[in-house]
Structures are given as structure tokens and as C-alpha cells.
Design a protein around this ligand. Structure first.
Ligand code: ADP
Ligand code: ASP
Ligand code: MG
Length: 441
């Protein structure tokens, strides 16, 4: 039995939590491989090391020097070594890191140092080898993970190491330049290592007792989800349930390695099991979970008989492609078509240009833009077996007095997505949650 365990930022926040991590790892001999994040927040209002490093990067670009944010990083790592009572020359390591950051002047290199340093310390604490992800996790020029090459490099490293710690979040391209995943990417590093190790289980240790049926920052005490399929996970995490990075299933999916989300601060809680869709047993539940995100822009295009106009959608998509704008959803009606775009994708002036070119390309009868739209996704395999799910959903939204801006039902019947104004997001999320997970009182 081999387990790969990934510990997130709150689990690595200080020396005390790192001791907890060591205890968890050492309590089960099958927990042979460990992936760590950079230290996260110790209390609300605290800074994550990775955020401090992005600030450091800005300072290096402006002044050529690391500046005071990096001093905070140094102080955090010094304190960890002190709390752990490690006999480890952290001063030299921090000095070298500072020099390297100032020499390399690369955002991704700087951002990766949190994981590098916490990995070094965790390896020291556990007394096992440290694997620098720079040598094993490979990216192409465009920053995409080279899966096969990474699996084979890691697999040969693991042959020589019964146990090891791998730093999460980063790797390097073929020129040896450090590259990082997107934020929260240590979850992907953990999945990659699980795959390379041929693990029986990928344990993802965080600060909640598993996946909850809704965002705990919006809904009080949401119900825990015991089991979830890879596909449900993908839908929920992509739509904002960021407990696990939405790309973490890809490395483990082909090898059918289950994932278990566990709570470092309540290790005996059962947590959530994430299984291949084929092994997932549908319960009685209609809806598995609800997630959402703010800040989308919806471009609504209407033209009578557009369905008969060959190439209509292609012409619009070509405009989006020309401006390198990707879209999240494309709900259509007989004479209407909408494009849901992450507002952060629309740099200054791009939306105006896109609208002008759509106008020229297809001469719509009407075109409207809704800004500040939030999306809410209701996800569950059970929905396809139940009539009345959408009625229940829309009644709940209507009772909350909220106007629906758009609706999209995925063709898999695994999700229904509704768009509402940003300002109504929290209210709608609570109403929808209550409709499918009524409180007992
Ligand atoms: P880590 O640092 O361990 O990777 P993250 O902060 O990335 O942890 O993810 C855990 C956090 O995700 C939780 O503290 C919680 O606030 C948030 N979260 C958002 N949606 C959900 C959900 N549906 N279930 C559980 N946690 C959620
Ligand atoms: N430390 C990185 C971040 O804050 C990666 C991670 O925690 O997964 O995004
Ligand atoms: Mg995370």
C-alpha cells in the first residue's frame, strides 16, 4: 500500500502545525511520499508566503532588490526552524535564496521559493530525502505540464527512495527555468506524484473535513459530502469550490487512483472520497453540491432564424479567437446565443472591439452585455434521474426575489448553471442551498 499525502498552506503555516503534519505522516507507514505547499495563513488577516513572494517579485522588478516583504518571508522561516528546534542552517539557505531571486528576476522562480523552503524543512523534520521539483516536474514552453516526461522522471527517482518529500506548485521547463502551476497548484503536484508512485490513494490534507455541499464562507455549516465522482469534483472545483484545484484529477484519473480530502486539524474525521465515475455509487441525493463564482460578462446575441444561417456561431467564435478571449459557457436558444466570459479575461478595450466585430460579422438584430454576473452551479449525477430539479431551483431563486440573467444546462445533465447579478450572489447561493439541503430546524 502506498499513499501520497499533500499538505496545504494552513497545515504548513508554522512549526506547530508542521509537527502535526509529521505526526500524521509517521502514524501510517504507507504514507511514504509527501508533497507540501508554502506556509499559508496562521490566523485571519495573516499573509500567505506565496502572496509575500509575489510582492517580493514586484519589488525586485522595480528596485532590483528583494525589499521588506522578503524580510517577512525570512522571519517566518526562521521562526519555523526555531519552533521545530531543528539543527539546520536556515540563514545560509535564506541568504542564497535572496541572492538567487535578485539574480533570476523571474516571477515564477520567486513565487516557487515558498514551496522550496517548506519542502526542505519538512524533509529535515521527517529525516527523509527532499526532491526538488525543478528536476522532476516538467513543463513545455507554454507552461503546460508534460505529463509523460514528468511521470517517468519521478518514477525513476522514487525507485531509489522509499520515502521522500516533494515541493509542490512548481517545476521547470526543458531549459531548466522554473515554472509554476496556477494558484492552488500544489494539489496538482500531489496528483502527479501519486500517479508516478502508482499510489493506492492520494490523500489531500487541508483545513476542512472534506468537501462541503456549499462554500462555508457563504453558508453556515454546509453538509459534508462523503463521496464525489471525478466529474462532479471537476465541475464543483472549476466553479469555485477551491478545496482542490480543478486540474488535480487529470494525473490520477487514468490510473483510477482515488483521492481523499482530510482535515489536518481533525485527522480522525472521515473526510471526502473522490472516486472514478465508474466506481462511484449514486446515493439517494439529487444534488451533490453547489458552487459559484463572481465576475463574469455575458454577451447576448439575438437574430431571427440564426439557426438557418450556416457558420453563424463560427463567425462569432472567430472574433473571440482573434482577441484570444476564451469563454466559459455558451447557452443557446432558437434565435439567441450567449457567451459567458470571465471578466478578468477582458483587458481594456477588448470588449468594445469584440462587440464591434461581432456586429460586422453577423449583423445581429440585437446585442446586449450584462456585466458583473455571478454564476452558480448546481451539480450532481442524481439530477438526471429526477424530474423537477430545475423547478425546485428556480422556485428558490424566485422566492429570494432574484432575477436570473442566464441559464445553462450542461449536456451531461450533471449540472445546471444560472447567472445572477454579482450583488445577489450570496443571497442566491444561500437560497439554492436551502432548497436542496433544508436545515433540520
Ligand atoms: P489548502 O491551503 O489546504 O490547499 P485551500 O484554502 O486551498 O486549502 O482550500 C480549503 C478551503 O476551501 C477551505 O478552508 C474553505 O474555506 C474553502 N472552500 C470553498 N468551497 C468549499 C467547499 N465546497 N467545501 C469545503 N471547503 C471549501
Ligand atoms: N502556495 C501556492 C498558492 O498559494 C500553491 C498552493 O498552495 O497550492 O497558490
Ligand atoms: Mg489549496
Amino acid at each position: 500500500m502506498i499513499k501520497v499525502c499533500k499538505f496545504g498552506g494552513t497545515s504548513m503555516a508554522d512549526g506547530i502545525t508542521m509537527r502535526r503534519v509529521a505526526k500524521i505522516v509517521e502514524s501510517d507507514p504507507s504514507r511514504r511520499y509527501v508533497v507540501v505547499s508554502a506556509p499559508g495563513k496562521r490566523f485571519s488577516g495573516d499573509s500567505k508566503i506565496t502572496d509575500l513572494l509575489y510582492e517580493t517579485d514586484r519589488c525586485v522588478r522595480e528596485t532590483g532588490k528583494c525589499g521588506e516583504e522578503f524580510e517577512k518571508v525570512r522571519e517566518r522561516f526562521r521562526a519555523i526552524v526555531r519552533e521545530l528546534g531543528l539543527d539546520f542552517d536556515v540563514e545560509t539557505l535564506l541568504r542564497e535564496t535572496k541572492e538567487e531571486i535578485e539574480r533570476e528576476k523571474s516571477t515564477e522562480f520567486t513565487a516557487s521559493r515558498g514551496e522550496y523552503l517548506s519542502g526542505r524543512l519538512m524533509a529535515e523534520l521527517l529525516g527523509i530525502p527532499f526532491l526538488d521539483a525543478r528536476e522532476y516536474v516538467k513543463f513545455d514552453e507554454g507552461g503546460r505540464l508534460l505529463e509523460k516526461r514528468t511521470f517517468s522522471l519521478l518514477a525513476s527517482a522514487l525507485k531509489n527512495n522509499e520515502r521522500a518529500v516533494l515541493a509542490g506548485f512548481y517545476g521547470a521547463d526543458e531549459q531548466g527555468k522554473v515554472r509554476t502551476f496556477s494558484r492552488g497548484g500544489s494539489d496538482i503536484s500531489g496528483a502527479v506524484l501519486a500517479r508516478a508512485a502508482g499510489a493506492d490513494l492520494y490523500e489531500n490534507w487541508t483545513d476542512v473535513s472534506g468537501f462541503l455541499a456549499c462554500d462555508p464562507r457563504v453558508v453556515d455549516n454546509p453538509a459534508p459530502i462523503r463521496a464525489l465522482s471525478y466529474r462532479e469534483l471537476r465541475e464543483l472545483s472549476y466553479m469555485g469550490a477551491n478545496v482542490l484545484h480543478s486540474e488535480s484529477i487529470f494525473p490520477v484519473r487514468e490510473a483510477n487512483i482515488p483521492i481523499r480530502i482530510k482535515n489536518t486539524f481533525r485527522p480522525d474525521d472521515e473526510g471526502t472520497e473522490i472516486l472514478p465515475s465508474s466506481e462511484y455509487r449514486f446515493g439517494e441525493k439529487i444534488v451533490t453540491g453547489i458552487a459559484g463564482k463572481k465576475d463574469f460578462t455575458v454577451v447576448f446575441v439575438e437574430k431571427s432564424l440564426m439557426n438557418q444561417e450556416i457558420g453563424f456561431a463560427r463567425k462569432i467564435l472567430t472574433v473571440l479567437e482573434r482577441h484570444a478571449v476564451s469563454f466559459e459557457h455558451m447557452p443557446t436558444g432558437i434565435d439567441t446565443m450567449s457567451f459567458v466570459i470571465d471578466s478578468n479575461e477582458l483587458r481594456e478595450g477588448v470588449l468594445e472591439a469584440v462587440l464591434r466585430e461581432i456586429e460586422e460579422a453577423v449583423h445581429p438584430d440585437q446585442m446586449r452585455v450584462f456585466d458583473d454576473v455571478a454564476l452558480i452551479a448546481v451539480v450532481g449525477h442524481g439530477m438526471s434521474r429526477n424530474v423537477g430539479t430545475s423547478a425546485r431551483l428556480f422556485q428558490a431563486i424566485a422566492r429570494a426575489g432574484v432575477n436570473v440573467r442566464m441559464i445553462d444546462q450542461g449536456s451531461s445533465e450533471l449540472n445546471i448553471i444560472v447567472g445572477v447579478d454579482n450583488e445577489n450572489y450570496e443571497r442566491t447561493l444561500r437560497a439554492v442551498y436551502e432548497a436542496f439541503f433544508p436545515s433540520e430546524t
